[in-house]
Design a protein around this ligand. Structure first.
Ligand SMILES: *Cc1c(COP(=O)(O)O)cnc(C)c1O
Length: 463
């Protein structure tokens, strides 16, 4: 069916070219397994279930909006990464994607390590029993207090991000009488994007120390001289939502090049390299992410080949997936409040959350999909924009999607792949309390992060 012939489709040419959507899906009631958590399916009565629980019941019990997280899916993805990389490599889950005590326990039980990048994330990791030795501490401006806590706790590594931090961490380690294991984060000069990498403008960002111009080699020189530091390796993180391994290939080649330089200059073979995270997930049916075992195979192959040609022993590899583990495991459940057709443009569907629970669309122009989950419908597809309840016209959750034309207030709709960078980036804008995270597993549901209340908001307001 051509779009222009579609009764509910857009009629203006500019809308057609500006939109991100493709043609309406053949069946609006179908759920694409690529974008939904593993146990999500549509029941015989038309209601979508997760972990065997209907979303209508979840909405009744926990309210909307709510992040509904499939615990078995989270654990399975964590395990898949762990198994793909095996015993001679380390998988660090990037806690910033979504962190809570339950998540830390799952990761611990499934044999993963954990990246944190603030005192708050460190506190959560330790409070939930993650052994300090399995924690890596990141960030471009860790405070002296945060560094001191991390060193005192015995974190397995601190990733150094600047010349000042090399000295800062060394001093704190000296004072505490320990030798802190550290990596140096380098910028390798590739910036990876979804389907491309751009070899320019890469050094112009705040993270890491540039390989170019010998900066990173100088950082290694300084770190090796300091008694408080045990330099275990080099770290590189090239970006996020990457589908193409070419960026990793260039990064690995350049990091191995630095390892060879370090060997030649200092006679030291650094034992580890960390290639960061950033592996893409399916937000819409157009995305085709690789499986962890394919990624592991590709990375091992690249590093093995580069080390062989440089005459280096292959270092221990670590990776830091965040989104690729947490992202696909949750969806946001919303109730439709208003449906507003704008003649000749599109229909605006307002939900009971918005940019406060998902800032990614406004921040990165991220794409999402959406489905009607409280019932099925045979109505025609309607081009919609799902928006929130905030006082911003940029308060968009899903820029362009198709929902059934009989969508009405009270319907439940869900946005999949919101397990990463949604709750963790949530705000209180407009004094809208942040939604809960409900973990579902084998027919039971429990709150792992409770809904914020208006009392919580007033509790902070001590004026
Ligand atoms: C954000 C980040 C990650 C995780 O990125 P994802 O896209 O969630 O996989 C890993 N390592 C570092 C250093 C990061 O900053």
């Amino acid at each position: 069916m051509s779009r222009s012939a579609h009764p509910a489709g857009p009629r203006h040419a500019d809308v057609l070219t500006e939109g991100h959507y493709s043609a309406p899906p053949a069946d609006l009631n179908a759920l694409d397994g690529k974008v939904w958590a593993r146990t999500v399916e549509r029941g015989a009565d038309g209601v979508v279930t997760v972990g065997g629980l209907p979303v209508t019941r979840l909405a009744e019990e926990f309210g909307t909006p709510a992040y509904i997280l499939d615990e078995s899916d989270f654990r399975a993805r964590a395990r898949a990464w762990r198994d793909a990389f095996g015993a001679d490599a380390d998988v660090f889950y990037a806690g910033k994607a979504f962190l809570s005590r339950a998540v830390v326990r799952w990761l611990h039980e499934e044999g993963l390590n954990l990246d944190v990048c603030s005192g708050g994330e460190l506190t959560t990791a330790l409070a939930a029993g993650m052994p300090a030795g399995r924690i890596a501490f990141h960030g471009n401006n860790k405070s002296a207090h945060e560094i001191e806590r991390a060193v005192a706790a015995g974190v397995g590594r601190i990733v150094l991000d600047s010349f000042q931090e090399i000295v800062r961490v060394a001093h704190i380690a000296d004072r505490l009488g320990v030798r802190q294991r550290v990596q140096i984060r380098v910028t390798v000069g590739v910036e990876a994007h979804t389907h491309e990498f751009i070899a320019t403008a890469h050094e112009d960002q705040k993270f890491g120390i540039a390989l170019a111009g010998g900066q990173a080699a100088e950082a290694v020189r300084r770190a090796l001289k300091l008694d408080g530091l045990e330099l275990i390796g080099i770290h590189s993180h090239i970006g996020s939502q990457i589908f193409d391994m070419a960026g990793f290939e260039v990064a690995a080649r350049r990091v191995v090049g630095l390892l060879a330089e370090v060997r030649d200059e200092h006679g030291v073979e650094l034992p580890e390299i960390d290639l960061g995270g950033g592996l893409g997930i399916a937000y819409t049916s157009d995305d085709d992410p690789a499986e962890p075992h394919e990624i592991a195979r590709a990375l091992r192959e690249i590093v093995g080949r580069e080390c062989a040609s440089a005459g280096l022993r292959t270092p221990r590899i670590s990776v830091e997936p965040g989104r690729a583990i947490a992202g696909p495991t949750a969806f946001t459940l919303y109730e439709v409040g208003t449906v507003k057709p704008l003649d000749g443009l599109r229909t605006y569907v307002s939900v009971d959350g918005g940019m406060s629970d998902n800032i990614r669309t406004a921040l990165y122009d991220a794409e999402y999909s959406v489905a009607l989950v409280s019932r099925t419908s045979d109505a025609e597809p309607l081009l919609v924009r799902v928006v929130g309840k905030h006082c911003e016209s940029g308060d968009i959750v899903v820029r362009d999607a198709f929902l059934p034309a009989d969508l009405a207030p009270g319907d439940l709709i869900a946005v999949p792949a919101t397990g990463a960078y949604c709750r963790s980036m949530a705000s209180n804008y407009n004094h809208v309390p942040r939604p809960p995270v409900v973990a579902v597993q084998d027919g039971s549901a429990r709150v792992i992060v409770r809904r914020e209340t208006e009392e919580d908001l007033l509790a902070l307001d001590v004026g």
